[in-house]
Structures are given as C-alpha cells and as structure tokens.
Write a protein that binds this ligand. Sequence first.
Ligand code: S3P
Length: 439
Amino acid sequence: MSVKTIYPRRHLKGEITVPGDKSISHRSIMFGSIALGTTVITNFLKGADCLSTIGCFRKMGVEITQEGEAIYVHGRGLRGLSAPQETLEVGNSGTTTRLLSGILAGQSFSSVMSGDESLNLRPMGRIMSPLNSMGAHITSIHGNNCAPLRIEPGVLRGICYRSPVASAQVKSAVLLAGLYADGKTSVTEPALSRNHTELMLKSFGADVTSAIHEDGSATAQIQPCRELFAQEICVPGDISSAAYFIAAGLLVPGSELLIRNVGTNPTRAGILKVCEAMGADITYLEARDTLPHAGRQDTGEPTADILVRHSALHGITIGGDLIPTLIDEIPAIAVIAACAEGTTVIRDAAELKVKETNRIDTVTENLRAMGADITPTEDGMIIKGGAPLKGAPIKSYLDHRIAMAFAVAGLTAEGETKIEDSQCVDVSYPEFFRTLESI
Ligand code: S3P
C-alpha cells in the first residue's frame, strides 16, 4: 500500500497546468477508433482510465500510436472493428464500460467487458435497459446488473429514451448505439449532463441536435450515420483535476495560483459557480475555444486560465440542476465547505453513492476523521464548517478523487495527514503529488 504524508502549508504560489480532460480523452479515442482516417490527439490524459480505453480498442484491431506528444488513432470506420480475442479490461473506468457498451451493442461480434473490484460493483442496469430496448443483447454474466458484461450482436432500432438520471455516460451509450440504429434516437435527461459526446460527435460529422426544455430537462438526438470522419483534437485541461488546486489556492492562507488552460464547458464548470457563491476570489484570463473541428463553430470546448487567491468563504446550499455540472468535484467541494464559515448543504446528489466509492460515505468518514462536523443525508451531506481540521489517516478506498480531495484538506490541517493507497491518483492525475509539491 502506498501512503503519502501531507504536511500543512502556507503561501501556495505559482503557475501550473493540469492534465488533459478525462472525459474528452476517452471520447477522442473511442470516436477516433470508429471514424475513417487518422485522428490526432494532443494533451491526451495518460491516466489509467484512458489507457484502459486504448487497451480495449487495440484488442479490437485499432492501431493507436504516439509520436512526440501526439496520439494517433488509426480509425477503422463505424463497422471496421474486429472481434476481440480476449476480455476487454476496463479497469476502474465507468466511462469506458458504459460508452463502450453503446458501441459494442452495434457490432456484428460478441465481446465481454470486465473491470476491477470497484467497477464490477457499479450499476450497469442503467445502460443495459435502454440499450437492450434498442435491440441490443447485453447480459450481466453474474446476473447482478453489474460487469462483467457479455455483449452479443443485435439489430438496433432508434428509441426515444427518458433517463431517470442526469448521466452523461447513459446518454452517451444510447447516442453511440444510435449511430448503428435504423432511425433517430433521442435521450431526455432530467437535467443537462456534460455534453462532450454531443459536441465531439458533431465535429466527427454525426447529425446530433440538442435542446434544453423549460423545466430544465434536456434532450439530445442523433441520426444513424454511414461513417464518422477523423479529426484533430486538442484536449483542454481537466476542470475536475483543476478542482484540487482551486480548493488549495482558496484554502491555504497567502496563496495565489494560476491554473492554465482549464476546460470551462458550462456543463462541467459548476465548481466555479459554487466557489464564487461562497465568496471565492477567482479571475478568468485568456478565455478561448479549442475547436476540435475548424469548420464548425458549434463544437468548441471553452477553456480559460484561472487565477485563484486565498479567500474568506461562507457556506451555501448546492442542489438541483447544478449537481450534474459538479458531481465529480463534490469531494473537493466538501473539503472547501469544511473550511468555510457556516453551513453548506449538498442535496440532489444521490448519484454520489454509485461513483468509484460511495462518496457520501467516504467523504463523511474522512472529514469526521479530520474533526469536521458533517452529517450524511440520503442525497448529499450537511457540513458545518469553520472548525480547524486536524491531520489524520485518510482511507482513500482506492478512489482517486477521495485521495486528492483529502490531500488538499491535509494542506490546511494541523499535523500530518496520511493518504492511504495514494497511488490511486493515477486513474485521472498521475502527476498530482509532484504538481502539489511544486507550488
Ligand atoms: C462521465 C460522466 C459522469 C462522471 C464521470 C465521467 C463521462 O458519470 O461522474 O466521472 O465522461 O461521461 P455519470 O454519467 O455516471 O454521471
């Protein structure tokens, strides 16, 4: 077991870049693999999750190479993947499992996907049900609606699916299967989740339209297509990784951190809104769009440099449509809330229970270990902030976001904080501890 010891710090100063966005990196490999031509990706995240995606497509005959800093995906076209000879290993990656299910559902060969202990406990019924209603044949090998999953060939028809959860993974799985269906497919979700699939599929030439309705629900629609076409993709920095340095800059007295090239897509940027509402001093510099396809103005991913200064923060209530835009940042937000004056209520976030760990439980256990006042609820948590945190042993339970959020908590705590199984940060941010030590 790797243990990282974190000591209290003052005056975090400097300029950092965070690694490429995990969600966008996954999609660039997947869509590049099923497009015609060579997709060139720069600033690709070489975290364990995205490497699992690469491994799966290599097993289906896709040549993926690196030259200098760029990744080249030699696409095989929508129907050009070959049958894998072995199980597709998805590791810890829910995004790989769920999005790949949508692609595999449309193939003419059988496949099996399996992951690590945590992944194989996560709910897959949420993608099996819509995909099977399109005509896919996906079964849970142990009959528990979890991976390992077996996917047999099926003939797909378009559906109008109403998802009970705002989930980009569910939405993306159905839209990807829709590429192979006999007519249009739509997904309506209760609130808009991250829209990277819609933006990037459009840039690859798919016919995708999106609408947000008056009640906040959102529909994305796709038409089946003959082929997708390779693109050049410049992956923006991951706001979910920037979140830990935003938190560190806000919480550690005397700090001033410049975080360069952060993706600020509004479907991901809820943490910025929340921090500002809590009183954060955040300045946006150099706002621009990275366009994955030069000819289309409607497919860009916005980015900005973000300057964060130590700030006096106060508690707020966080819920509703904002939740999908910050779901992965809640461990970091909980740490910020524990250091802010007053009460923070996080609600409508029951999805936290089905992430890499049950993050309501893992945040509660670790914040309590550090002496914070936190009450878990059915769909979130209530944190009474302001009391100084005490260093403590932190159980990451191999959840990368718990390890990183509590490393930040350790910077502001009295005494030593020991992050257990700290190597799990490799899932999304292999350089995390080195970057933390550099500021
Ligand atoms: C992701 C979607 C979210 C998020 C995950 C990445 C994606 O999951 O938590 O880390 O890339 O589509 P859900 O779709 O389950 O909300």
